[in-house]
Design a protein around this ligand. Structure first.
Ligand SMILES: N[C@@H](CCC(=O)N[C@@H](CS)C(=O)NCC(=O)O)C(=O)O
Length: 203
């Protein structure tokens, strides 16, 4: 049985969302997004940095949300959500899948640190402003690609559970707005109407 180590309002929602989309059975270890759980000795055995998500599958234990998605798709894919390497959409699928942690999440992390995680006296407006500008730049090519599309490669794929998750977060952070990124804003809303996505975000 797959076991997902999870905390709400985190990248672990991506893994949960994918499991739900694929209709796979899993067990959820729901932790608090708090050092008492994430930095515990027990959790550091699973992830040396005390982070989430972590997926266990029998003897296998794996972290990194993208790697977890790849693992689930290769081992348990249940028939879909990733185009084959001979599919014309394959390269774009890979691009958007990896664009998430590579380009979008670094400025998202900085914004979250300087709005939510640090106490107000340690938050730096300049650092936050710079990250917001960087994040808007990172979303611009995705906005252009989404014009006339419902999902990143047309049909829904695992890339949407990665970059789409970051899109929903960016909308919540006020970077993706109807005015600045109309296609992405509609995309983020569209994703939330998917029952599997809604279940992952409300878990
Ligand atoms: N690149 C990693 C990032 C993992 C990560 O930083 N997770 C955050 C939650 S979104 C976390 O566990 N933060 C807890 C902490 O930093 O103490 C992934 O995609 O899984």
């Amino acid at each position: 049985m797959l076991k997902l180590h999870f905390a709400p309002n985190s990248r672990a929602s991506r893994s949960l969302w994918l499991l739900e989309e694929l209709g796979l059975e899993y067990e959820l270890n729901r932790m608090d997004f708090h050092p008492k759980d994430l930095k515990s000795d027990e959790h550091r055995v699973r992830h040396p940095l005390g982070r989430i998500p972590v997926l266990e599958d029998g003897e296998v234990s794996i972290y990194e949300s993208g790697a977890i998605a790849e693992y689930i798709l290769e081992r348990h894919k249940n028939g879909g959500l990733k185009p084959g390497s001979d599919d014309p959409r394959f390269a774009e699928y890979l691009q958007w899948f990896h664009y998430c942690e590579g380009m979008v999440m670094p400025p998202v992390n900085t914004i979250v640190v300087h709005t939510v995680l640090l106490p107000p006296e340690r938050q730096d407006e300049n650092v936050r402003g710079q990250a917001e500008r960087l994040l808007a730049k990172a979303w611009a090519p995705v906005e252009a690609a989404m014009d006339g599309r419902d999902y990143l490669i047309g049909d829904f794929s695992a890339a949407d559970t990665m970059l789409g998750h970051a899109g929903i977060m960016s909308k919540r952070l006020g970077i993706i707005t109807d005015e600045a990124f109309p296609s992405l804003s509609a995309y983020a809303d569209r994703l939330m109407t998917r029952p599997a996505c809604a279940r992952a975000f409300s878990a």
